[in-house]
Design a protein around this ligand. Structure first.
Ligand SMILES: Nc1ncnc2c1ncn2[C@@H]1O[C@H](COP(=O)(O)OP(=O)(O)O)[C@@H](O)[C@H]1O
Ligand SMILES: [Mg+2]
Length: 327
């Protein structure tokens, strides 16, 4: 079977910046791959290569078996792209934007009118379809952008940070739409800075960091790679935090991480039960009062931090929801 997307040793530089460094992976038909990484990781560069908008310095990429450089026209007819920044025209109505896309796909008038109406309904935009886009909220624009990517009924969808900056409810709606499309057989490659999004939608996650693949697998496989659990300590009194860290640091398999806002220390551990008891004793001997002490499975945030040494989301683009996922 042909993979829907094949990326083979693709590299791209911009001057001194290595945006992509020999990146290789495949996406099977009907599955979802998430490229997870912070700003500047190379996500958009890869999407631009796959959409034939950017020629790589070296390597090959194929969509549906077609080469992005040799068969650019064919590929453009079989992909839908929703970008990081909504690309719809402000002065047109939502419906006019969608019909314009149909025109660009050389669809018959009757067909693109029907598809525009269907796409509006699907994205819950039917009642706003005849309003100018400049009256739309950010979430409506993003939905319209996604609707536009569906007009050609493409078998492969490329979504570049589809939910960045959206409120949690709109983001959940969008996740639902994407899941419906996947259930119908669409292959999706999406980029994201949000662990939750990758975990929720993706069959396979690729952690992209500074242009190279730092890790890949299902979210469970990535967590297993960390080879253990996380000891979570919450001190009652913030002033005790540093002392608590120094008491337990030696018990871990890697450096502890503190979260001062939550009075929290997180410590990667391999022998959870033993460490839990040892930490409890050590902290008690020191007279440090605790609100919480426990062992949990690592979150994808822990994984990302362990792999790359920094957090996935940059501070100016935190998800609108509250913090990291715990499971
Ligand atoms: N057209 C360009 N000219 C110069 N540098 C670029 C260009 N496009 C991207 N870059 C650089 O390449 C790196 C990867 O960028 P990008 O693919 O946009 O990352 P992401 O989408 O993950 O935030 C960044 O360091 C960015 O500044
Ligand atoms: Mg980007």
């Amino acid at each position: 079977m042909t993979a829907a997307i094949e990326v083979d040793e693709v590299s791209k530089r911009f001057g001194a910046t290595v945006a992509l460094d020999a990146v290789s992976f495949t996406v099977d038909v009907g599955t979802v791959l998430a490229l997870l990484g912070p700003n500047g990781a190379g996500k958009t560069t890869l999407v631009r290569v796959l959409t034939t908008l950017l020629v790589p310095d070296s390597g090959h990429a194929r969509v549906g078996g077609f080469d992005v450089q040799k068969d650019a026209r064919t590929i453009r007819s079989m992909i839908g792209l929703a970008g990081q920044y909504a690309t719809v025209d402000e002065l047109l109505t939502g419906r006019e934007n969608l019909e314009l896309v149909g025109l660009l796909y050389h669809l018959d008038k009757e067909l693109y009118r029907t598809r525009a109406q269907e796409a509006l309904e699907r994205m819950s935009l039917a009642s706003a379809g005849d309003q100018q886009v400049k009256t739309y909220s950010g979430g409506m624009r993003r939905r319209l952008d996604l609707a536009a990517s569906l007009i050609g009924q493409p078998p492969v969808l490329l979504l570049d940070e589809p939910t960045t900056g959206l409120d949690p409810r709109t983001r959940n709606d969008l996740w639902g739409f994407i899941e419906e499309l996947v259930a119908e057989g669409t292959t999706v490659l999406l980029t994201t800075q949000y662990m939750e999004e990758a975990e929720h939608l993706a069959d396979t996650i690729i952690v992209l960091d500074a242009g190279h693949i730092a890790a890949s697998g299902t979210s469970d496989q990535l967590k297993d790679q960390l080879g253990g659990n996380v000891l979570e300590v919450r001190v009652t009194d913030r002033d005790d935090l540093d002392r608590a860290v120094s008491m337990i640091a030696d018990l871990g398999s890697a450096s502890p991480r503190t979260n001062p806002d939550l009075n929290q220390v997180l410590l990667p551990v391999t022998d959870g039960a033993r460490v839990l008891i040892a930490a409890g004793r050590a902290l008690d001997d020191e007279g440090i009062a605790l609100d919480d002490l426990g062992i949990r499975r690592p979150s994808l945030d822990d994984v990302f931090l362990a792999i790359t040494g920094h957090s996935a989301s940059s501070s100016d683009t935190n998800p609108p929801s509250t913090g990291s996922t715990h499971d």
